[in-house]
Design a binder for this molecule. Structure first.
Ligand code: ZN
Length: 591
């Protein structure tokens, strides 16, 4: 069978448009359907990427064909016996890791935003002709992607060049984002495998060599964690290199994992500057992101929940297992920074303490289990509102603490001869490694978990699962830490508090969140209220903490607020601020 041929060009930079063409050699006889994914794997929200598709047309050897839109993201072309050509434009002005973005400085796309699927032919190999924009500004642009070059094709691209690239099927085609432009680039090898780091955006004097050195340690550690003997990088089943593609801006943060690459957003100020060897919190956060997305190369891109094997991109696909795929990944991202020597134990314990503080101060942890949080990601975690902290818990942070708890439980029960690492290696062996041999996807099912833990470690975690994963029982972190030579302590700050989260609304102090059973809620305040005065002194966007310092816990204050346009008065009894948690070693004994 001849491959599906795609051609894409950033054809109108000022209008932020890609032009896409598809040549379908053999359309289905009943009339070919085309569709675009409604969501992108790794980001669990229906985004309707099709809203950016415009001017779709089809012809067969010059004869125009009728097209009918049959639902929000599918098109039906009239039956046609000969090959057909499709053309359309995609508006690309979403500066995020999830969609596509074009201007005169660069072009970036995820295949799920730009490439229509040829329904019923999604298993055919794909060729992609990536074309440069016209005009002089883009003359020196290059192409960065983990998509392999079509080296045997006459128009096969050279490394970093425009021309023909290839994918074995549609699923692979849309899992290799592409960056074009003149980014800053640094590369390294990890256990012999090539890694490229590509940075787009202004970032004067960034120490690229240092970033590469640090990322190399992270990658080598993770490769050896999963493949202690062979040290084989996981992405070699899909590409001969791994690409970190980072968009650098003033204040963004985030990442999205792919099979042989990741798209990241980083804040300029988080990247290290030449000549400054300190490890800032911002740079630590960036390294944590690198570690997190790279860990996904195993955990979610290859070891995946059964409902993602294969992905069904036409509808929301909930899974109750994100506590493993995001939670365990969040546990390992920082743990790897410590284990590979980039941070010391004290710095690592600070990161863990921060996660514990965040989970323990979220009232929703007592109402929603991490399994429920995982399943409801599409409608709750990804659609947060003022009630979210009171009703949901993050499968990232709570999932990371579940991983920590399970790790400590296994280490204790096995006399420190087994750990969560053994579980990860078994998951890799059963569900991940099969990608090298092109066996069909096999996904993890909930009912397999208990047996896998038992097989990998000899430890029965059924009670822990029902309490901490399917239930909302408080994690026994204090006890577990103590048994491993650490003290988990809480410190209540003496400062009185309203127990609210505020935001600056045009210079005024508006309540964004009113925490359950906190001082403000018990006094009658609601999210959305604008604070006017406390004991008749004006509250502005900044001065609330200073005003509250005049009081003691237990004092009653008179609070004036505007609820909509109505002035209301409440009497609020101040409570103590929520506690912060700290883990410290009981002795000098290492972990
Ligand atoms: Zn993640």
């Amino acid at each position: 069978m001849k491959p599906i041929l795609y051609r894409i060009a950033p054809a109108h930079l000022a209008g932020h448009l890609f032009r896409v063409q598809i040549h379908i050699h053999k359309p289905l006889p009943q009339g070919q359907r085309l569709s675009l994914p409604t969501w992108i794997p790794g980001s669990y929200l229906v985004r309707d990427f099709s809203r950016h598709v415009q001017q779709l047309s089809a012809n067969s050897h010059g004869r125009p064909l009728r097209i009918q839109k049959i639902d929000n993201h599918s098109w039906q072309i009239e039956p046609c016996a000969r090959s057909i050509d499709i053309e359309y434009w995609v508006y690309a002005w979403d500066l995020s890791v999830r969609a596509a973005h074009v201007d005169e400085t660069h072009a970036f796309f995820n295949g799920s935003s730009v490439f229509l699927q040829v329904d019923g032919q999604e298993q055919l190999p794909c060729l992609v002709d990536i074309q440069p924009p016209s005009g002089t500004t883009a003359r020196q642009w290059q192409v960065y992607t983990s998509l392999p070059e079509a080296s045997k094709h006459p128009q096969g691209a050279q490394r970093h060049g425009f021309g023909m690239y290839q994918a074995p099927n549609y699923d692979a085609l849309i899992d290799h984002p592409v960056e074009m432009g003149r980014p800053a680039v640094v590369s390294f090898t990890a256990h012999g495998a090539l890694h490229e780091m590509v940075f787009t955006g202004l970032m004067p004097n960034v120490d690229l060599e240092r970033i590469a050195r640090d990322a190399q340690r992270i990658c080598e550690y993770q490769i050896a964690l999963f493949e202690p003997k062979t040290k084989k990088a996981p992405f070699l089943d899909s590409s001969d290199r791994y690409v970190f593609m980072t968009m650098v801006t003033g204040s963004d943060y985030g990442g999205l994992e792919h099979r042989a690459s990741t798209a990241l957003m980083a804040s300029r100020s988080d990247l290290p500057v030449l000549g400054d060897d300190s490890l800032s919190d911002g740079y630590l956060q960036f390294l944590g992101l690198v570690s997190h997305e790279y860990f996904h190369t195993w955990n979610v891109k290859r070891i995946k929940p059964q409902v993602f094997a294969p992905y069904r991109l036409q509808q929301a696909t909930p899974t109750s297992l994100l506590w493993i795929f995001e939670g365990f990944t969040s546990y390992y991202d920082d743990a790897v920074l410590y284990r590979c020597g980039l941070i010391n134990q004290e710095r690592y314990l600070q990161l863990l303490s921060k996660t514990i503080t965040s989970v323990q101060n979220t009232p929703g942890r007592l109402k929603q289990s991490v399994a429920e949080s995982s399943f409801d990601a599409w409608t709750k975690y990804y659609k947060q509102d003022e009630n979210s902290p009171n009703s949901i818990i993050s499968y990232y942070t709570k999932g990371a603490l579940v991983a920590l708890s399970l790790d400590l439980i296994i280490r204790q029960a096995s006399g420190n001869t087994r750990s969560l690492d053994d579980v990860m290696r078994l998951l890799w062996k059963v569900y991940g490694r099969r990608f090298y041999t092109r066996k069909p996807d096999l996904g993890l099912q909930e009912e397999d978990i208990l047996g896998l833990f038992l097989r990998a470690t000899g430890v029965d975690i059924s009670q822990a699962l029902s309490d901490f994963v399917y239930g909302t029982v408080e994690l026994p972190l204090k006890k577990l830490c103590k048994r491993h030579g650490f003290a988990l302590t809480t410190q209540a700050t003496p400062t009185p508090s309203l127990h609210v989260k505020t935001r600056n609304s045009q210079g005024q102090c508006q309540l964004a969140v009113v925490y359950d059973n906190g001082a403000a809620q018990q006094g009658g305040l609601s999210a959305g209220d604008t604070l006017v005065a406390i004991d008749n002194i004006r509250v502005d966007a900044q001065n609330l903490p200073t005003l509250l310092q005049r009081y003691r816990v237990g004092d009653r204050v008179r609070v004036h607020v505007f609820r909509r346009d109505e002035l209301r008065q409440f009497s609020v009894r101040l409570k103590s601020e929520y506690s912060t948690y700290r883990i410290e070693p009981l002795s000098d004994k290492p972990w």
